[in-house]
Design a protein around this ligand. Structure first.
Ligand SMILES: Nc1ncnc2c1ncn2[C@@H]1O[C@H](COP(=O)(O)OP(=O)(O)O)[C@@H](O)[C@H]1O
Ligand SMILES: [Mg+2]
Length: 259
């Protein structure tokens, strides 16, 4: 059994802030001297672009999930701040995802099996694709915690119910130990009437399920996006210590839940 602590960052909607959250959590953990692995399980490869330099023919997480597999340790590349990255190579990962659909026994456990051979990480963050597909199921089966990222907007908040159903399905069918870490509300614009409405909906759903909504919420701020693009931590950015502190607090929550 692996002792790595694994968090899958999920939402089947794109553009809500999964990759952004993974990046800033990775930085927060790196500052604490944690040993970190980021797995980019999205064919769009946004985490890979933010965290690593890869050649087009680079082996990656797709090669770990295909059959016969490469060992996870053999596809890792160095990211910033001493973190390791299991890169997504785009097309090959989309290909593996489609192959998995046609397979049966054990297809949902491939990532979990690959991770079991690694134990040297304090935190493994999986950046999921915006889909409930075999890749995301593999992430949830491999994880102790699912961290949900959403916006306080119609289509993001509305999709939460089906996401929670998926997590429930993974729990009943494959992985009873999977827990929901909490809900990150991202890119919040305080002043809008509609966001206040959707915040209430999110709070109600969370309360009903006994899930924590992380506090404080992540505001819409240019530095949060730009720092990812520049590959620089919020703590290094200058003038946004308030934002760095938010992710620091989220990491506290995760570490408490994983302890
Ligand atoms: N809190 C925020 N404030 C401003 N821009 C943000 C924030 N969070 C994310 N973004 C931007 O929104 C876009 C989508 O975020 P991303 O993390 O890529 O979403 P996902 O991984 O869920 O598809 C990106 O361009 C990102 O830079
Ligand atoms: Mg993403």
């Amino acid at each position: 059994m692996s002792h790595a602590r694994v968090v899958a960052v999920v939402n089947q909607k794109g553009g809500v802030g999964k990759t952004t959250t993974v990046f800033h959590l990775a930085r927060a953990a790196a500052r604490r001297g944690r040993r970190i692995l980021v797995i980019d399980l999205d064919p769009q490869a946004n985490s890979t672009a933010a965290l690593a330099e890869v050649e087009p023919d680079q082996v990656g997480i797709a090669d770990v999930l295909k059959r016969p597999p490469e060992a996870l340790a053999d596809v890792l590349v160095e990211g910033p701040w001493g973190i390791d990255v299991a890169p997504s190579s785009g097309e090959p990962l989309a290909w593996v995802r489609d192959q998995l659909v046609g397979e049966t026994i054990g297809r949902e456990r491939r990532l979990a099996t690959a991770l079991a051979s690694l134990s040297e990480y304090d935190l493994v963050l999986i950046d999921c694709a915006p889909a409930v597909d075999q890749l995301t199921i593999n992430a949830l089966v491999a994880a102790q915690l699912a961290l949900i990222v959403t916006e306080a907007k119609l289509f993001s908040a509305n999709g939460l119910g089906s996401l929670l159903n998926t997590i429930h399905g993974v729990r009943t069918n494959y992985h009873a130990g999977l827990r929901i870490a909490g809900i990150v509300v991202n890119r919040l614009e305080q002043q809008t009437v509609s966001s206040a409405h959707w915040l209430k909906e999110i709070d109600a759903l969370a309360a009903e399920l006994g899930v924590e909504v992380y506090s404080p919420k992540v505001p819409k701020r240019v530095a949060i996006a730009d720092s990812v693009e520049a590959g620089i931590g919020l703590d290094e950015w200058g003038g946004v210590d308030d934002l760095a502190a938010i992710y620091d607090g989220y990491l506290d929550n995760l570490e408490r839940a994983l302890a």
